[in-house]
Design a protein around this ligand. Structure first.
Ligand SMILES: NC(=O)c1ccc[n+]([C@@H]2O[C@H](COP(=O)([O-])OP(=O)(O)OC[C@H]3O[C@@H](n4cnc5c(N)ncnc54)[C@H](OP(=O)(O)O)[C@@H]3O)[C@@H](O)[C@H]2O)c1
Length: 331
């Protein structure tokens, strides 16, 4: 069939609204630009940002369709553009996207692709890019977590939280996690979390008892709701890195506490970064983190894999905070 007549299956947002506004649709085929590859997608990851985009509250960067959500994929390279050197047709790859990831075919700059760990199923690999890139970049490259330090991970049963707890263990740090769900706490402890605390009455005191000098790093996946707790749990020289704000994005901060602790609050985001930074991150991740999956020291944590057509169910589950680890859509 001529390229222009081929149509690619995808999931589109009919109009801003609840999960039911997501529906199967088709995209037109495109040509593959120089330096880019076309990937036949095995599975797409579902992320919190997709929920916001579905509601019309998170416009994608310029040039990216607002109606097709999706920030990550794993699949096989089908075609390489001119001047590609890194990838060849048939290579299994995974990676992040600025959007349009809920589709059976995606186009990506080849230097932003990451090779799939040897021996890993392609569908499983779709659970890696967004959460492990985010957690690794935040913990080690930005917060500078090192062996022997303590880290507090809020929403530890989330996709990013389950990646962070594994990366903390690999770094030789002592990881303590919180979640509102006792069941998720049990599962995180079974995965190697050193200590867990349910976010309910008395939890800040319990955390204080676990780390009397405070935590060296706070991985904040909740935001405003936990700000006053975080302020009371900072070690001297602590790094508090804000990655997600489902618990609100506006809060009052007692700066004197921050000053007294000589602590730092830092925010981070992946989606809005320029291409050259995403490429540098992908290359470093492939070199340093992919081998850890091959050695069995890290693993993707998958809550549920659904057929892509059941995307509304995936959004409902994520929205209800019922999932532990990642939700994936299989093509
Ligand atoms: N900055 C970036 O580049 C970047 C990249 C990826 C993700 N993120 C953000 O990081 C966060 C985690 O992402 P994810 O995909 O791992 O999320 P996820 O799997 O959907 O988990 C989010 C968890 O946050 C907790 N939560 C939700 N609302 C809350 C509230 N009001 N108060 C306290 N806890 C609440 C829930 O855990 P419990 O109920 O079990 O405690 C929920 O399961 C999200 O906010 C996401 O948007 C940011």
């Amino acid at each position: 069939m001529p390229i222009a007549q081929q149509r690619i299956r995808c999931i589109a947002i009919r109009e801003p609204g609840p999960p039911s506004v997501l529906e199967p649709a088709h995209q037109a085929e495109r040509s593959t630009p120089p330096g880019w590859v076309r990937v036949k997608v095995a599975a797409s990851g579902v992320n919190r940002a997709d929920l916001l985009q579905r509601r019309g509250a998170y416009p994608p960067p310029p040039g990216v369709s607002p109606t097709i959500p999706g920030l990550e994929y794993a699949g096989v390279v089908e075609e390489v553009g001119d001047r590609c050197r890194l990838r060849a047709p048939g290579d299994p790859v995974m990676g992040i996207l600025p959007g349009e990831g809920y589709a059976e075919t995606v186009w990506v700059p080849e230097d932003q692709t990451i090779r799939v760990p040897l021996g890993m199923e392609l569908v499983e690999a779709a659970a890696i890019p967004e959460v492990f890139l985010t957690a690794w970049d935040a913990l080690t490259r930005q917060a500078g977590l090192v062996a022997g330090e303590s880290i507090l991970i809020h929403a530890v049963g989330s996709g990013v939280g389950t990646a962070a707890l594994q990366l903390a263990a690999v770094s030789g740090a002592l990881a303590v996690g919180t979640t509102r769900s006792p069941e998720k706490l049990e599962r995180a402890l079974a995965m190697g979390l050193a200590h867990g605390v349910a976010a309910r009455e008395g939890w800040v005191e319990q955390l204080g008892a676990l780390a009397p000098g405070g935590f060296d790093v706070i991985m904040d996946l909740v935001g405003a709701a936990y700000v006053s707790a975080n302020l009371g749990l900072l070690a001297e020289g602590a790094r508090w890195i804000v990655v997600g704000v489902p618990g609100g994005s506006t809060a009052q901060v007692e700066f004197r506490t921050l000053m007294a602790r000589r602590a730092r609050i830092q925010g981070t985001v992946l989606r809005a970064r320029p291409d050259h930074e995403k490429a540098a991150l992908a290359r470093a991740f492939e070199r340093r983190i992919v081998p850890l999956f091959e050695e069995g020291r890290l693993r993707p944590v998958i809550d549920t894999i659904l057929p892509a057509e059941e995307v509304s169910t995936a959004h409902e589950r994520l929205e209800a905070s019922d999932s532990f680890g990642k939700l994936l859509l299989r093509w």
